[in-house]
Design a protein around this ligand. Structure first.
Ligand code: F6R
Length: 606
């Protein structure tokens, strides 16, 4: 989604801002802009351009404007209000071009505010909701920027992370947050602000996450927030945020899937006790003993992890589970009680729909638990307790390794709860020992990458795909289909194998291939019947099967093998080839893999 960068301090060249802005490119955007206060001219210069940051940089360099700028604000925009135009790009400014604002989020009452401001004589030049902020600040400014911002925030309704500079109060960068992430990167005589830690890590790892309703006033040598906040250290290295020699972040991230599993389980398995340690749950350990129902809430890929979690938790922890997507759950009237726990799963920890559901559950006094990748994210801070997936930075827009981290964490959580309930020691030991083997097994699957690439070549020109699976691997069919459609823009649908005969078979012919996730598990025979139904109608079939299953070759057009593991853990291994398949098809079609069209990394708007 949109990204913010701001700066004030010793370095005076605005190009450091462009470099920081580039680190937000992965989030997906359609335009970019910059505004900087030039102390010599005592003016704010600005340039806004649709398209890539390269366009913005080119325009800045060709403009002959003085590149000394301190403070400055920059932004990448993903359009919500108003089309993709230079005017609608941020920063936005007031009538006199004295106040410049970059903003993530949505101002819900912008139309009524705009109408009022227009009546008062303000002239608007964009269709973007953010522009009202600049005009309100202009209206309220009486010599002190933070005071004007404070008054402005009282008028607006909606969500925001914002950064503001003004030539009327030029020694300040003022930032504010409500439901849209914003952090300060504290350097030596310099402070960067950003909506995402990736933007600041080449400058500093010392950051302060702003909380909702906080305003920070930053000067070249100091900063002031309304309340005291701890400085925390970002654990990611800048190198981790690079492509590591791969042509795309996504391929790098798929190749890191064994590591993501390893990181999720490291130090958490207690093999002898047949149990797991999850330190983040210590504070609610007693309460968890009492629970009798789980609600798992997430969006997109993370919701498929939740669905796998439902199967695991019901089968092995014996707790009734319900899965819902954040965008639906927030509008339901869920029936909950003091023995219900709501689990929120999110890579970014900033997904607006998931956070809205979380806040709804908190209002109802439900115990909330987060499975999150980004340390210090809103979800991590607002849940009562949680477990980090520790998957490392995920830069490609489409989630891959973080999904594996979520699945592994849900398996851990299943053992954690199961052992408190009915799960026998022997079963606990079995799951934990199998979990320990998974990173190596996943590395084995990656060795088939070139085979999978050949299969991708064979199928890349088909326009429609089914993905089928049953039980634990039904959600994996959904994930395989989502990944293929978002990366390659081909039509793909995931369904339960048993559903085929209820309508979907009508589409099967020689031009409609199916990817069938068919490990040797409790529903293997049923899946084989489904594959037969497809073959009887001349549909090509690629099967994901368990190593050693030779008979499946008679039925399938192509087979990709995964190693044997416990049934509940098969989704973890079956996902790896599906991610590779989607990647290679998209690569062969020349798609923009790391930043698919129309998509954004963290969806911070409803
Ligand atoms: C798909 C994908 C999305 C995200 C979804 C939730 O590849 O990445 O479906 O899974 O937007 O995002 P998080 O996990 O950040 O809450």
């Amino acid at each position: 989604m949109c990204g913010i960068v701001g700066y004030i301090g010793k370095n005076k060249d605005i190009r450091i801002g462009l470099e920081a802005l580039r680190r937000l490119e992965y989030r997906g955007y359609d335009s970019a802009g910059a505004a900087w206060y030039n102390p010599e001219k005592r003016e704010i210069f600005y340039i806004k351009k649709t398209g890539r940051i390269d366009n913005l940089e080119k325009a800045i360099l060709e403009s002959n404007l003085n590149l000394i700028g301190n403070p400055f604000v920059m932004h990448v925009r993903w359009a919500t209000h108003g089309g993709v135009t230079d005017y609608n790009a941020h920063p936005h400014f007031d009538c006199q071009k004295e106040f410049f604002v970059v903003h993530n989020g949505i101002i819900e009452n912008w139309a009524e505010l705009k109408e009022k401001l227009v009546k008062e004589g303000h002239k608007f030049i964009s269709e973007c909701d953010t522009e009202v902020i600049a005009h309100l600040i202009e209206k309220y400014f009486q010599g002190n920027l933070e005071e004007a911002v404070r008054k402005t925030l009282k008028e607006i309704r909606g969500t925001y992370g914002m950064a503001i500079i003004s030539k009327k109060d030029p020694q300040k960068l003022v930032v504010a947050r409500l439901s849209s992430p914003l952090l300060l990167g504290i350097g030596q005589d310099e402070t960067l602000v950003a909506s995402d830690p990736s933007a600041v890590i080449t400058h500093t790892r010392q950051v302060i996450n702003l909380d909702d309703n906080e305003i920070a006033v930053i000067t070249p040598t100091n900063f002031h927030i309304l309340k005291e906040k701890p400085i925390i250290t970002i654990e990611w290295t800048p190198e981790e945020a690079q492509k590591g020699g791969y042509p795309h972040f996504m391929l790098k991230e798929i190749m890191e899937e064994p590591e993501a599993i390893e990181n999720a389980i490291r130090g958490r398995l207690m093999i002898e006790e047949g149990s797991v340690k999850l330190g983040g749950l210590d504070v609610i350990a007693e309460k968890l003993r009492e629970i009798n129902r789980l609600i798992l809430i997430a969006c997109g890929t993370a919701s498929y992890a939740a669905k796998v979690g439902e199967y695991m938790l019901e089968e092995y922890a014996g707790i009734p589970c319900e899965v819902d997507i954040g965008s639906e759950f927030r509008y339901r009237k869920p029936i909950v009680d003091e023995k219900t726990v709501a689990i929120f799963i999110s890579q970014s920890g900033e997904t607006a729909d998931t956070l809205a559901a979380l806040r709804e559950m908190k209002k109802k006094k439900v115990l909330t638990l987060g499975i999150t990748n980004v340390v210090g994210s809103t979800q991590a801070r607002e849940t009562d307790a949680g477990v980090y997936t520790r998957s490392g930075p995920e830069i490609a827009v489409a989630s891959t390794k973080a999904f594996l981290g979520q699945l592994a964490t849900l398996a851990l959580f299943t053992v954690y709860l199961g052992r408190q309930k009915e799960m026998a020691l022997v079963m606990g030991k079995r799951i934990v020992s199998e979990l320990a083997k998974l990173p190596e097994l996943a590395k084995g699957v990656l060795k088939s990458a070139s085979e999978i690439e050949k299969i991708a070549e064979k199928y890349k020109d088909f326009k429609n795909f089914w993905f089928i699976g049953r039980k634990y691997n039904l959600p994996i069919a959904l994930e395989g289909a989502l990944k293929l459609k978002e990366l390659s823009y081909l039509h793909a649908e995931g369904i339960g194998g048993g559903e085929l005969k209820h309508g979907h078979l009508a589409l099967i012919d020689e031009n409609f291939p199916t990817v069938a996730i068919c490990p040797s598990d409790s529903v293997y025979e049923k899946m084989v019947s489904n594959i037969q139904e497809i073959k009887a109608r001349n549909g090509p079939v690629i099967v994901i099967a368990t190593e050693g299953n030779e008979e499946i070759k008679d039925l399938a057009d192509d087979v990709i093998y995964i190693p044997k593991t416990l049934e509940m853990l098969t989704p973890i291994l079956a996902t790896v080839p599906l991610h590779l398949f989607a990647y290679y098809v998209a690569a062969k079609l020349g798609c923009d893999i790391d930043k698919p069209r129309n998509l954004a990394k963290s969806v911070t708007v409803e």
